[in-house]
Design a protein around this ligand. Structure first.
Ligand SMILES: CC(C)(COP(=O)(O)OP(=O)(O)OC[C@H]1O[C@@H](n2cnc3c(N)ncnc32)[C@H](O)[C@@H]1OP(=O)(O)O)[C@@H](O)C(=O)NCCC(=O)NCCS
Length: 290
């Protein structure tokens, strides 16, 4: 336990503006809506660091049962290197470790050293890809292919939603239902068409909120191509984050004219997640929950 643990406490709604400032300055692109969304997601615990009467740091943890994720770890620059980042991460880990076999996170840059000291080990890189000036022209109907797929709104049929959640469990080895429920209204399921044009087996799904959070999970690259094209045609600026271990995904992103501009190191505390299939993940939900 860190000697600074007495500066760490649970988040209170009155801390919201401080949280927004800290997370916004550290990561950019965040809005009051997206931070509120992260704080209020089911099974999420948020901790803050206090110095005097000021909130100067934050960390969040979300529990998926056997796995959990730590994210949004930020300490204000003026208060850095005093151990607050470590104390916040420890508090978040302590909260979720009772149930979780493995705690996961996506580390940015030098932060990996901090996590390593707390026992986290590397578990593969995730690249972040984004559109270039030429992408909107490239992602046209010809690039997408039909791939013999029918795309359906998952929200219209409960069994479709359940099939998307099952597919997600098979790809991640995790039960992310608590978080994915928020995405159901935007979920699109890809089905392989049967011989008589009826709907066959589910092959992938995508989901995307206005904030850009969302996922693409697919059992084959041509399925991912269709889903990613569909997403990029509607929202060309979407950032796509996925494991480098998905070699077909790397080729596909390059073919679609995306550029890899950043990377995060997936790290874990505990054993590898059983059943994790990085080659089925073509877009992670967010850097904070994988
Ligand atoms: C990463 C961060 C939370 C560390 O907070 P902190 O209170 O300085 O952390 P601690 O004092 O417990 O540990 C310091 C260690 O963090 C690591 N570190 C990572 N990024 C760092 C940074 N920008 N500045 C200083 N230390 C950093 C170093 O290993 C450092 O150890 P060292 O001083 O021996 O080199 C803080 O620098 C920050 O908010 N950075 C911007 C947001 C970010 O990248 N968050 C992590 C996302 S995964």
């Amino acid at each position: 336990m860190s000697v600074l643990s007495d500066r760490i406490r649970a988040y209170r709604p009155a801390d919201f503006q401080s949280l927004l400032r800290l997370i916004g300055q550290a990561f950019g692109g965040e809005t009051a809506e997206s931070v509120q969304f992260a704080v209020s997601a089911r099974n999420t615990s948020t901790f803050v660091a206090e110095w005097g009467n000021e909130v100067v740091g934050v960390a969040m943890a979300i529990s998926f049962g056997r796995t959990a994720w730590i994210g949004n770890v930020v300490v204000a620059p003026d208060f850095g290197r005093h151990g607050l980042g470590s104390a916040l991460t420890e508090a978040a880990c302590d909260k979720v470790r009772r149930h979780a076999d493995s705690v996961l996170l996506l580390a940015l840059g030098d932060a990996a050293r901090l996590y390593e000291r707390l026992g986290f080990v590397p578990d593969g890189l995730y690249g972040t890809w984004t559109a270039t000036a030429s992408t909107p022209g490239i992602v046209n109907a010809d690039q997408c292919g039909d791939a013999g797929l029918s795309l359906l709104d998952a929200a219209t049929r409960p069994d479709t939603t359940e099939q998307c959640l099952a597919l997600d469990r098979r790809a991640t080895g995790e039960d992310r239902r608590a978080y994915l429920e928020i995405f159901v209204p935007s979920m699109i399921a890809a089905y392989r068409r049967g011989a008589s044009d009826d709907v066959g087996a589910i092959a992938g799904y995508s989901a995307r909120l206005a904030s850009g959070r969302g996922a693409v999970i697919a059992d084959a690259p041509e399925v991912a191509r269709r889903l990613l094209c569909d997403m990029l045609q509607k929202a060309p600026a979407t950032r796509i984050e996925f494991p480098d271990a998905n070699g077909a995904g790397v080729s596909l992103a390059a073919e679609l004219g995306l550029r890899r501009f950043k990377e995060n190191l997936r790290m874990r505390l505990g054993p590898p997640v059983s059943g994790y299939q990085p080659q089925a993940i073509y877009k992670a939900l967010t850097p904070a929950v994988g």
